[in-house]
Ligand binder design. Structure first.
Ligand SMILES: Nc1ncnc2c1ncn2[C@@H]1O[C@H](COP(=O)(O)OP(=O)(O)O)[C@@H](O)[C@H]1O
Ligand SMILES: Cc1ncc(COP(=O)(O)OP(=O)(O)O)c(N)n1
Length: 502
């Protein structure tokens, strides 16, 4: 495969993207450079065009030596280059030619000099397939930009008829829940639909798609199948783009997503704690909580300890908020800190007042058990490290509780059956969709922190996450074992939780 295009030193568009698209489709990639572009994910800074004589030398160097199965033409930069490429295509006559009529980058920077539009039209007439986006389609026809799908289809028909070339008109610039392209030839029209992926990382999608179509054509029977398969692949690449997270602007798609799946930090972390998740699901305390057979003393002990835990958890959430890199993360952790002090604790205080005769003062005076203290010490230690370690340590308390809440709600069956469980209020709090939403947000923020972490910090984040998960298991378990401090004189010497009804 040969790409004739400009460069993108950050690897998202142009030749660099084309070579990755080729590789993703099992093709051997070659590249001839039309222009050196100083650009990144935030935009184009400047363009250096080496000139047509050198372009011809590059093209001939390839075709004098290597058999070419298909060619993709991208940015041509100026009229002289466009004519040179046209002449070379006439001489060499590669079996399949896709022209992506690159004119303006999405950042607004022109990638084609003004006088070259006619030369690009001539190049298009030598192609098998041309892949304009909405503005390029309008320029090729000398018309106003289409505003909707029907307008794009009408223009694609006019271009296909006037050039005799198959037109893949791309709909990425239109609004809507799907990103629909149309493939129009003299005798057929095919709609290529795909859900619009919610990502800002769309840099180089046009380059990548046209390169993929060119790479697939020698391996498929027709252009329709090649375009369909290329589009399905691109949608996967867009879905994986957020995880790739290259650059600070509109980043690239993940061309090699199918080859080397990039796993997020939290996906990996969740897998690593599979053992603790199984242990918690089978934890005798959790099982008895779910079927309503848990002795009230066990729940009272657990709940009083949880109130003590939430006091410290709230402090660590506040520390995470203070260290957070942006306003959204700061707000999330501050709100969570407040909720750990308020809403969650009122669940504890109400139950303990009603069933264990403990007023707010008594709940506040409960001494953390060794198990509780070990967990909160671990959280404070993690918070003394980096922001990433702090949020990784905080996450299991969201995620494992959301998981337990969800499991227990499902195990309860109907709403009436759940209401008959004496611990229904607790189960409903953590099985609530609002808690699941907060958990999803916490997961996202931890992934964001992991993306900016060095490999060694990422490993410390894993350790913090795993330790918190272990503590979660021990924390539930202590409801049944009710541990006290072994050495008299440590604090009050014992955990004071009156028996329910006392
Ligand atoms: N957010 C998105 N989700 C799914 N597909 C997209 C998205 N943005 C662009 N595409 C697809 O990427 C390809 C290139 O899109 P487009 O933006 O129209 O071209 P260009 O990158 O040349 O400006 C098309 O197949 C389009 O449908
Ligand atoms: C060297 C080079 N060629 C083409 C483009 C434009 O890429 P495209 O795939 O059309 O997508 P955007 O990045 O403009 O959305 C480019 N930037 N550089």
């Amino acid at each position: 495969m040969l790409s004739i295009a400009g460069t993108d030193p950050t690897g998202g568009a142009g030749i660099q993207a084309d070579l990755k698209s080729f590789a993703a489709h099992g093709a051997y990639g070659m590249a001839v450079t039309t222009a050196l572009v100083a650009q990144n994910t935030r935009g184009v800074r400047s363009v250096h065009v080496p000139g047509p004589a050198f372009l011809r030398e590059q093209l001939d160097a390839v075709s004098d030596d290597v058999a070419i199965d298909a060619v993709k033409v991208g940015m041509v930069a100026d009229e002289a280059n466009a004519r040179e490429i046209g002449a070379w295509l006439d001489r060499v006559a590669p079996p399949f030619v896709v022209v992506d009529p690159v004119m303006v980058a999405t950042s607004g920077h022109r990638l084609l000099d003004g006088g070259a539009e006619q030369a690009v039209r001539e190049l298009v007439s030598r192609a098998d397939v041309v892949t304009p986006n909405v503005p390029e389609l309008a320029v090729l026809l000398g018309e106003e930009e289409a505003q909707d799908q029907a307008g794009v289809l009408a223009q694609a028909r006019r271009l296909a008829t006037s050039t005799g070339v198959v037109v893949l008109a791309k709909g990425g610039h239109l609004a809507g829940g799907s990103s629909t392209d149309v493939l129009v030839s003299a005798d057929a029209e095919v709609t290529l639909d795909a859900p619009r992926v919610d990502t800002r990382h769309t840099h180089g999608t046009g380059c990548s798609l046209s390169a993929a179509i060119a790479a697939l054509r020698p391996q498929r029977d027709d252009w329709e199948t090649s375009a369909r398969d290329a589009k399905a692949w691109l949608t996967g690449a867009l879905r994986a783009a957020d995880r790739l997270a290259v650059g600070t602007g509109r980043g690239p798609v993940d061309h090699l997503h199918a080859l080397v799946p990039v796993r997020s930090f939290t996906e990996e972390a969740w897998d690593r704690i599979a053992g603790w998740r199984t242990a918690i699901a089978g934890n005798a305390f959790v099982v008895a909580l779910g079927d309503g057979t848990l002795p009230a003393e066990a729940f009272a002990f657990y709940l009083a300890q949880d109130a003590a835990y939430l006091e410290q958890y709230s402090r660590v959430l506040s520390r995470a908020s203070a260290a957070a890199p942006d306003r959204a993360a700061r707000e999330f952790f501050a709100t969570s800190a407040l909720s750990a002090l308020g809403a969650e604790q009122s669940l504890h205080r109400d139950w303990l007042a009603e069933h264990a005769g403990m007023d707010d003062g008594a709940v506040t005076r409960v001494e953390p058990s060794p198990v509780t203290a070990a967990y909160t010490d671990h959280l404070h230690a993690a918070a003394a490290g980096s922001y990433g370690e702090a949020v990784a340590a905080l996450l299991p308390c969201f995620w494992l509780y959301a998981q337990v809440g969800d499991d227990l709600v499902r195990r309860a069956g109907t709403a009436d059956e759940l209401a008959s469980n004496p611990y229904a209020a607790w189960i409903s709090t953590y099985g609530d969709p609002a808690f699941a939403e907060a958990t999803r947000r916490a997961v996202q923020l931890v992934d964001e922190a992991a993306r900016h972490a060095s490999p060694s910090e990422r490993e410390r984040m894993h350790r913090a996450f795993e330790l918190s998960s272990m503590h979660e298991h021990l924390f539930f378990e202590q409801g049944l074992t009710r541990p006290t401090w072994p050495v008299a004189g440590h604090g009050s010497g014992q955990t004071v939780v009156p028996a329910p009804g006392a």
